[in-house]
Design a protein around this ligand. Sequence first.
Ligand SMILES: [Zn+2]
Length: 440
Amino acid sequence: MTTFPPAQDLIVRNASLPDGRRAQDILILAGTIKAIGPALDAPEATPVLDAKGDLVAPPFVDAHFHMDSALSYGLPRINASGTLLEGIALWGELKPELTHQAIVDRALAYCDWAIGRGLLAIRSHVDICDPRLLAVDALIEVREKVAPWLTLQLVAFPQDGFLRAQGSRERLIAALDRGVDVVGGIPHFERTMAQGAESVRALCEIAAERGLRVDMHCDESDDPMSRHVETLAAETTRLGLEGRVTGSHLTSMHSMDSYYVSKLIALMAEAELGVIANPLINITLQGRHDGYPKRRGMTRVPELLAAGLTVAFGHDCVMDPWYGLGSADMLEVAAMGLHVAQMTGQSAMAECFSAVTTAPAKLMGLDDYGLMPGCRGDLVLLQAGDPVEALRLRATRLAVVRGGRIIARTPAATATLDLGDGDRPTLNPVSWRGGERPGF
Ligand SMILES: [Zn+2]
């Protein structure tokens, strides 16, 4: 992963687009999308990618991830209780054992998974509560190494608390000085509610001074009185940071009193707060102290969308102290979010697809992202006819394109049936569109 050919030309033929347009061509010249429309002319000898009517989407984006702990599952032991707090304790046990190279190697392995899955932009939190700032240096190195293929944005994350852990302020500032992109926080993990609010204020001020974005782990708790998102919204407005601040998790909103939430969502909308739910992790970590009925613990996604807020779904963890599963598949993330939020209407399902593409791209401030002329020629060809079918099938990524160059291919999924009438290949999982019937 050191050299990379220059951006290339490509013409994509006969694509279906996420907005429902069909039979579209996409012309990419020198790595940039020049035109989208039916039957486009392309310069002679332009390489062709025939979409054959399948869905071409902008690449997947994961706006909430932890690349410094990814793929460390089982080190030094497995989370027995399955709780968030045991995960934090376990990560604390692992931290002194980490090496620069081990973090780099695991992160690069994960980036390979991501690229194969068409996931070409990731915002990763990086724990700054380590006097060596080992993970900061390792992930900055990874960010540079993968830049031709994958956009990695880093958040300075005080995992053990900004005020609670001694020296966090100095380490967070040092991490930003070394080139970490975004200011993080974890107010619900501070010692008191008051200190949580104080940490939000201090961190937003650091971001305002430096002209940076904010993305805090906020209220990742079943406690309905965990209300730091209120302070986050108020500080955003006070400091003029509208549209640049994101609250991640916000799981306590699931358990809050609905009258209070009706005031809170209006404050969040005023602050243009971004929201990231992490459905795979929220559904497994929250509600652990409940008897039956057990709370789902995901934030109020449909209500936040209805108020005009930008809501993304993040993967959060893959094979780490908090979660032993995951595979960089943002369609799995979106499908889980869809089910947990009961977003089963057609437009709601389409919004779940946006929650792993355009919405997180907006929260990360990716200016050249999208299927529009002028955007970088990044896209993914899926073995599906539309976004809902992509979610239903966890569609195969037939081709992944970065800057006009095909950087990953996966063969179409098929099964060969033998039901006594000879071998009969059929798509598997089955596609079902326009009255077309599978092979039964
Ligand atoms: Zn997280």
